[in-house]
Design a protein around this ligand. Structure first.
Ligand code: 1WB
Ligand code: MN
Length: 340
């Protein structure tokens, strides 16, 4: 059945040549970050890393991408600077490139205001400067929220040094989309074999761990209106949320986790939304909508890492009531990311 529902895809990646060049330097330097296999493959086409053909699609916004959106009836892509964003760079480089990327993003959106929206990048390496850029991005550039590629130098958002960033996001009503990157140093070991370091498994372990750290740390008592978005069908956190909630309350009772005002399930319901990016499984979607409510699930393609056609076909055929499908396909994105 053809559908006329508004389609807003919310995890759509882009890059700019300046960031790509800086990532190529990282690709050519020694290092043991678990992002390196992909960074070497995408930004330096190094043999042995698969020569991943994504760079052209990342750098193109108004050409092939827009044509493909037209072809499949995608009304809008919410763009974000692709993983690992600026988070592998030194603080000065990261701040400069975040500003540049946000400016470029705002320019593209101003040329196609009905077709593109965008999530602003910031550099957690310098939290105070990050806050200034977050304010500029939403207030002056009118960007629609924020993208964060999980850990920064193996540290997570529950670290108090990042609280100014959370405070700013909450005050600006800017939802932070926590996108995966390679797992942090403490987490990466067994994920490095068999191609498990990235989208196959490591990405979900990394972001799922980040989300659970945030909830279990109690930080949502301090920032009750903070909104977090996680992709890839919630990185399976809501599949485990019953057990996370049960075991966290036990951990709180025996003094292994801080006391929190709400349960883990209540934080997930209040502070998180999820997207379908890269998971075209009707049963997983049906579970997500029943578990979290149709207001909490957003559609995404994960362009250019995932093809558009099956992402649209998946939603068109999704086992959802028409009103719920309208929410997932576009209405929730418009509400959460301030899209007119
Ligand atoms: C892939 C997917 C690679 C994503 C990425 O590199 C990102 C992949 C930064 O499918 O190999 C993604 O955004 O999901
Ligand atoms: Mn993605």
């Amino acid at each position: 059945m053809a559908t006329q529902l508004r389609k807003i895809a919310v995890e759509e990646a882009f890059s700019i040549p300046e960031v790509a060049r800086e990532l190529q330097k990282i690709a050519r330097a020694p290092g043991d970050s678990s992002d390196l296999p992909l960074v070497r493959g995408i930004y330096d086409a190094q043999p042995g890393y698969g020569d991943m053909k994504f760079l052209e699609g990342l750098l193109d916004i108004e050409g092939k991408r827009l044509k493909e959106m037209d072809q499949y009836g995608v009304d809008m892509q919410v763009l974000s600077l692709t993983a690992p964003g600026v988070q592998m760079f030194d603080a000065d480089t990261a701040c400069d490139l975040a500003t540049l990327a946000n400016d470029r993003l705002a320019e593209v959106i101003s040329r196609h205001p009905k077709r593109f929206a965008g999530l602003a990048t910031f550099a957690p390496q310098a939290p105070r400067r990050a806050v200034k850029e977050m304010e500029r991005a939403m207030q002056r550039l009118k960007l629609n929220g924020f993208i964060l590629n999980s850990h920064t130098h193996s540290e997570y958002l529950d670290d108090p040094k990042y609280w100014p960033i959370l405070e700013a996001a909450e005050a600006l009503d800017g939802c932070i989309y926590i996108h995966p990157r390679g797992a942090s140093d403490g987490l990466k070991g067994p994920l490095r074999d068999y191609g498990m370091d990235s989208a196959m498994w490591g990405y979900g372990v990394e972001v799922g761990t980040h989300a659970v750290r945030m909830m279990a740390s109690g930080l949502f008592d301090r920032f009750p209106k903070l909104k977090i978005c996680i992709g890839h069908m919630g990185e399976a956190v809501h599949f485990w949320i019953w057990r996370i909630t049960f075991m966290n309350s036990r951990a709180q009772r025996i003094g292994r986790a801080p006391k929190t005002q709400l349960s883990m399930a209540e934080y997930f319901a209040r502070n998180f939304v999820i997207t379908t990016s890269g998971v075209e499984d009707p049963l997983a979607l049906e579970y997500s909508v029943r578990k979290l409510g149709a207001d909490h699930v957003l559609w995404a393609i994960d362009y250019p890492y995932q093809p558009t056609a099956p992402a649209v076909a998946f939603m068109d055929a999704a086992p959802l009531a028409e009103a719920d499908k309208a929410k997932v396909y576009g209405e929730n994105a418009a509400r959460i990311f301030h899209i007119a």
